[in-house]
Design a protein around this ligand. Structure first.
Ligand code: HEM
Length: 351
């Protein structure tokens, strides 16, 4: 197992340098894991249909008690239906007002940094700061929950994430019957239930209000206002008029909190790190942004500006390429898949 440390990353890099195409690992004597490194090696697996290369239950399964059957953990027809419902529900008009929310959360973070500098604090942990900021943004976009989370952090999402990573690294903890007897397993259950109670409470309250006022009046009241993720999913219907259940909505809300939090925090931290290392590029980004906000009273980026910052966008993309927040995805093939070098991933093997 790759350790979630700098040494772990270095040993992983070494592995990729050594076996540049792919290699085979055994998890105990019974579970073969094909590791595919080269884009040409990964291509046939990513191009295979969801039915042939579904997500691997071993790799993702520990997230199930937390995330339920949201997009990340579902497969087959359920995944397809949720995917269509979410795609239909999220057009750009829904997403546009979220930029204001990102500005608010970033302002809170910047104000905190200014205070830290004034108080003479010599350093800050940028990943932690970014994590609190992205969590704050997600809570506002998903639940319209405006907490004091950046000032008084209680980061249950990050705690769950760390517990899942730790569980992966301890083979004995892979067995439910052992894990849930251990302190980590019990804490995982406890924090899952705190997070679920919060999500269930928001969804049920919102469903109740929607039931009282009715769909049309609800939509009228929301005109010109920001619809959060829960609103959008409560109102979503497919071609046959079928709606998502409370459980479906809760699973998607928890999944998006999980999917969007640490990934963006890590990506943003690396962007800043790379720009610090390359002051010329940093200056070019600064000038590009200053040009965009120079005539605005609030000096804030708006939705339309996001497509007008080509250099900054290139820097973000290059940073994501150099330091991807997610370094692996995992699939378990239900049919043999042939790789470009002629090797075959046999049915049932993970990758
Ligand atoms: C830099 C930021 C991000 C990175 C690097 C990233 C990376 C990924 C990757 C690699 C997957 C594929 C997992 C797999 O197929 O096994 C994925 C899936 C997913 N991500 Fe992200 N993600 C980012 C941001 C976000 C955000 C902001 C959200 C939501 C707010 C999000 C929600 C999801 C969801 C729901 C899935 C499951 C999609 C599906 O299976 O259909 N991600 N992400």
């Amino acid at each position: 197992m790759v350790q979630s440390t700098e040494e772990g990353m270095q040993s992983f890099e070494e592995l990729v340098r050594h076996y540049s195409h792919s290699c085979l690992w055994w998890l105990g004597p019974w579970c073969p894991i094909m590791r595919l490194f080269h884009p040409e090696a990964i291509k046939p697996v990513l191009q295979a249909s969801v039915a042939v290369a579904p997500k691997d239950p071993l790799f993702y399964g520990f997230l199930k008690p937390w995330l339920g059957e949201g997009l990340l953990l579902s497969n087959g027809q359920r995944w397809g239906w949720h995917w269509r419902m979410l795609t239909l529900a999220f057009h750009f008009d829904i997403l546009k007002p979220y930029v204001k929310i990102f500005n608010q959360s970033t302002d809170i973070m910047h104000a905190k940094w200014r205070r830290l500098v004034l108080s003479g604090s010599p350093s800050l942990d940028i990943c932690e700061q970014m994590g609190l900021m992205t969590l704050d943004s997600l809570q506002k976009c998903i639940f319209s929950h405006h907490s004091d989370g950046q000032e008084k952090p209680s980061n249950y999402i990050l705690e769950l994430l760390n517990l899942v990573v730790r569980r992966h690294q301890q083979l004995l903890h892979h067995l439910d019957c052992i894990y849930y007897l251990m302190a980590d397993g019990q804490r995982f259950q406890q924090v899952c239930s705190i997070v679920h109670c919060f999500t269930a409470d928001v969804v049920q309250q919102r469903r109740l209000t929607l039931g009282h006022v009715g769909r049309e009046a609800w939509l009228q009241a929301k005109q010109g206002k920001t619809m959060d993720f829960i609103d959008v999913l409560l109102l979503a219907k497919d071609q046959d008029g079928q709606e998502l259940s409370d459980e479906d909505i809760m699973a998607e809300a928890d999944t998006f909190m999980f999917g969007g939090h640490d990934t963006t925090a890590s990506g943003l931290s690396w962007v800043l790190y790379n720009l610090v290392c390359l002051p010329e590029y940093q200056q070019q980004c600064r000038e590009e942004i200053q040009e965009l906000v120079k005539d605005k009273a609030l000096e804030e980026l708006e939705w339309e500006d996001l497509s007008q910052m080509p250099f900054t966008t290139m820097c973000i993309k290059e940073s994501l390429r150099l330091h991807p927040p997610i370094i692996a995805v995992s699939r378990r093939c239900t049919e043999d898949i042939q790789l470009s070098n002629g090797c075959v991933i046999p049915k049932g093997a993970c990758r």
